[in-house]
Design a protein around this ligand. Sequence first.
Ligand code: ADP
Length: 484
Amino acid sequence: MIESPLLEKLTGYIGGRWTDSSQGNTFDVYNPATGEVIAKVPSMPEADVVAAVAAGKSALRLTSPYTLETRRKWLEGIRDALKNNKEEVGRILCMEHGKPLKEAQGEVDYAAGFFDYCSKHIQALDAHTLTEKPKDCTWTVHYRPIGVAGLITPWNFPIGMIAKKLSAALAAGCPSVIKPASETPLTMIALFSLIDKHVDMPDGMVNLVMGKASVIGKVLCESPDVPMLSFTGSTEVGRKLVVDTAEQVKKLALELGGNAPFIVFDDADLDSAADNLIANKFRGGGQTCVCANRIFVHEKVAEAFGEKLAERVNRMTVGDGLKEDVDLGPLINKAGFDKVKRHLEDALANGASLVAGKKPEDLGDGHLFFPPTVITDVNREMCCYREETFGPLVPMALFRTEEEVIDAGNDTEFGLASYVFTNDAERAQRVAAGLRFGHVGWNTGTGPTPEAPFGGMKASGIGREGGLEGLFEFVEAQTVPRGF
Ligand code: ADP
């Protein structure tokens, strides 16, 4: 069992109090590196979720709102608490997710960055009066908190994803009911423990519920007291939320699946492209929605690029993320492992060839460590091309022309992240404009940052997180024209 000063309570948190499941049910949390159960946390029934919504409602203030200065202090408080406890929060994250410790601690810094950004730009949410005076009125625009927000997060960034949502919700003055993924609730409990100890917020501003997604999701979708849901996860569940909230016309912020193209032209710096691909692809064990999923390499440089990838991949160390010098941890669970294996088998059976890594039959059983793997000659009939693999498999497909590769990049229902490597600036601009993706890295494999808006086009989502666009997600503009 995991021991930590940040995990003295292993319960939900409602109305400013640590709160156990009213029915006493629990579920197990595993360390994917060892397979051990490291904690038991409450599985909360509908009544507890209803109580969390009621607590959020009681914390909402419309007529005497929390001032910008008050909200800024909450944000700074969480930022400082995260920074001061980065090692311990990172250790908990590493143990329940599996990603290497340094990466986990880096994620805590990343999370703190969202609270920092919102605290520094919160002034943008102040009311303003228009300089024009149409219809003989003075027009003032206010940014009102939308109300209690349901925040639902996935397991792949246990602290990063909640930071994106909670920072903007608090900046807006919205109370929230938060549901972490059942694979990684401990990092969330650690965050609540920090808020409880170090941040002076009204009871009910932040509430934590855990347990069955169907039970919690139902209350959040159906309650008229929750006018907004912010969700990061699969497109399948995102679609369900759209349907389940349609009756009440709730506001939705959705960050859903990706199928990122990573395009390497023949004039690119191949070493830099290979380094960037490795950093991008293997972050979080390849289990991120911005991971390159289809690598399009110009046919003239495909062989050379494959060799560079193989060299790098063969130097990587796979193991328990808590151990020093581990580059790649385990996958999150058996279903995740089996999916990557199925994609590899399918590609090899249909004409792809192995450049680096192990054959499916040599992967072994009873563990979740999937070696970094590179394959080439991939085509659109293969699962790894059409579906998000969510694991350390690098599938290369060859291309000849710019038009062809833009079409191939867009040949997916998703539109989250994409990458293009070329030293031709005009070509880069053309390709970025042609790709229907919310994020297009040019000569970089970097993902999102707190300072810039990030989100999906097409079936990858609605809305943006980060940047000023993200800061405005949880407010509604209210216009007050004054007649005299
Ligand atoms: P992933 O493939 O990353 O696990 P999911 O979409 O299944 O993505 O899950 C993302 C988050 O959404 C998790 O917290 C999960 O428990 C939650 N979730 C899953 N189904 C629902 C649902 N029907 N309503 C609300 N939340 C859900």
